[in-house]
Design a binder for this molecule. Structure first.
Ligand code: HEM
Length: 261
């Protein structure tokens, strides 16, 4: 289903029970209303469905319409039954389990923070590094994964280690970083790439809090591989650029997690 029932310009009244539709397994979701500040969606979970632990960058309220289940909020279990309303502050880890067909409305509030503009100086510096990234990209990303798996072995389980061993994953990351350096001022050109990566990230359960880990390791690898060419100016520009790219992924993945919730 995943369709929007109405736009914020239209008057809208509905009996939620009439909109409920359970899949034979898994989840069906329907956006009831979306405007620039909030989004209201109806989620229908088939008996036995679980939604693994994840977070939302927006404040959220869930209101149970029918069925029973369990919400684990920061490790605390909350019994879900008709009429129960739970407020979840942004970034609170939570997981859901439907003991029987479970329907609830998820209301997301608070607009995501306005995107910070990348400075022209950063754009110029990052674009000027594109040729070096083309030349040394795979060396940088191979080193980046080495650093990350050593410093943060807990993330290893998310990766296909054969794609590491044969170099395909470092090559894909190098292409992504190079493409970003080339199109940092024209993100529309990267839309297809961002979509593909974001879907893969959602499949492998990448979380917003993991972005600083990748950022730290990538920047360290850039510094090591480029040596003297990694001036303070270049490192500052790439720090800002990485944060902006991470924000693009985090926001897109957040939307995907919400619709596949
Ligand atoms: C701006 C930062 C990032 C970029 C540019 C990036 C880029 C990529 C690319 C290009 C792929 C391959 C997609 C495909 O074609 O299948 C990928 C996959 C993946 N990324 Fe990221 N990524 C970033 C951040 C992260 C973070 C923070 C994590 C969390 C640890 C992560 C974990 C993964 C995993 C687990 C895969 C699947 C790899 C596999 O199949 O072995 N990425 N990423």
């Amino acid at each position: 289903m995943n369709n929007t029932v109405t736009s914020s310009n239209d008057f809208f009244a509905a009996t939620l029970q009439d909109l409920i539709e359970y899949p034979t397994s898994g989840i069906l979701s329907k956006v009831l209303l979306k405007d620039k500040n909030s989004q209201y969606s109806l989620f229908c979970l088939a008996t036995g469905t679980t939604i693994d632990k994840h977070t939302s960058t927006r404040n959220a309220v869930i209101t149970i319409i029918e069925g029973t289940g369990n919400l684990n909020l920061e490790g605390k279990d909350i019994a879900l039954a008709p009429g129960v309303l739970v407020f979840m502050p942004a970034n609170t880890p939570h997981a859901v389990q439907a003991q029987e067909n479970l329907a609830f409305v998820l209301s997301l509030s608070e607009t995501l923070p306005a995107k910070k503009e990348i400075s022209q100086q950063t754009i110029d510096i990052v674009k000027s590094t594109a040729p070096i990234l083309k030349q040394h990209g795979q060396k940088i990303t191979t080193r980046m994964y080495e650093i990350m798996f050593h410093k943060h072995p807990e993330v290893k389980a998310q990766f296909d280690m054969s794609a590491q061993a044969n170099g395909t994953q470092p090559a894909r990351l190098a292409t992504a970083v190079y493409s970003y350096a080339t199109h940092i001022d024209d993100l529309k050109a990267l839309k297809a790439m961002v979509e593909k990566i974001a879907h893969r990230h959602v499949e492998t359960h990448v979380l917003p809090e993991e972005y600083p880990i990748v950022g730290e390791c990538l920047l360290q690898a850039i510094k090591e591989v480029l040596g003297d060419a990694a001036t303070e100016e270049l490192m500052t520009a790439w720090t800002e650029a990485y944060q902006a790219l991470a924000e693009v992924f985090i926001n897109r993945e957040q939307q995907l997690y919400q619709t596949t919730f």
